[in-house]
Design a binder for this molecule. Structure first.
Ligand code: NAP
Length: 250
């Protein structure tokens, strides 16, 4: 991979990239952008039809897996082969007030959003170390790691946990030349985003606090993820990088 300083062109030629949650939304855009930057993409998701259409679009490899199941997540990571770039993107949200949050919904969200990142990254990072490649890992977190959102107790907890898992991974894996960062987007109106924010009563106050006066697009997130994966970001490690249009300081 090389980055030309004059144009900041990213080229992931001969790099293999694993993207979880590549079937829809942000993950799909990340997979497509990685493909545009010449990466060999392996897309993971639950719905086979989504992966089939992604494969038709960019000619990537695909693996159908439910990464909320720890054994399945591990098997998927082992099956993915020699990965240089890992994007832990898949997550779910189950909207429940604090009092209504069930143990089952809590466990499901924590397992998909947080535990899977541990299990998958253990397998992928171990083979990066063994192959002595300077891998890069980006975890897709959320502004929910910093911001307490009503009806998102388990989701917020999972994302705050993900930021700290990212930091510990960065501290432990740095000695092998492996960088680990996360990105923290504000609302993106994907299927997940629409469920929580398409009601103007909820969405408008959020929008008003974003100085750029818009929500993020999938591409806004994908381009930052690709940059963090690239050599242009060679000294960036352990970041929780807000993609929030300035929300947090307003
Ligand atoms: P999305 O549109 O719901 O897409 C999520 C993708 O992940 C889908 O392809 C889904 O597959 C897959 N997935 C979910 N659970 C899975 C599992 N157990 N095993 C394998 N794949 C699974 O969500 P999104 O909005 O693109 O979110 C992507 C990431 O961005 C998440 O980490 C999310 O927390 C984060 N984020 C989103 C927003 C937002 O407003 N949208 C804001 C900040 C951060 P199926 O559809 O087949 O289940």
């Amino acid at each position: 991979m090389k980055v030309e300083a004059s144009t900041l062109q990213i080229d992931f030629k001969n790099r293999r990239a694993l993207v979880t949650g590549a079937g829809k939304g942000i993950g799909r855009d990340i997979a497509m952008m990685l493909h545009r930057f010449n990466a060999q993409v392996v897309g993971v998701s639950r719905t086979e039809a989504d992966l089939k259409s992604l494969q038709e679009q960019i000619g990537c490899e695909t693996i159908v897996a439910d990464i909320g199941d720890a054994d399945e997540a591990k098997r998927m990571a082992e099956q993915a082969g020699e990965v240089d770039l890992l994007v832990n993107n898949a997550a779910i949200t189950i909207l429940q007030s604090f009092f209504e949050t069930t143990v089952q919904a809590w466990d499901t969200q924590l397992n998909v959003n947080l535990r899977s990142v541990l299990v998958i990254s253990q397998v992928i990072a171990a083979q990066m170390v063994q192959r002595k490649v300077p891998g890069s890992i980006v975890n897709v977190s959320s502004m929910a790691a910093f911001q307490a959102l009503p009806d998102h107790a388990a989701y917020c907890a999972s994302k705050a946990g993900l930021d700290q898992l990212t930091a510990v991974m960065a501290v432990e894996l740095g000695q092998y030349g492996i960088r680990v960062n996360c990105v923290n987007p504000t609302v993106v109106l994907t299927e997940m985003g629409k469920r929580a924010w398409s009601n103007p009563a909820k969405g408008d106050p959020m929008l008003k606090r974003i100085p750029l006066r818009r929500f993020a697009e999938c591409e806004d997130v994908a381009s930052v993820v690709c940059y963090l994966l690239s050599d242009g970001a060679a000294m960036l490690n352990a970041l929780s990088l807000r993609i929030d249009g300035g929300f947090l300081v307003s």
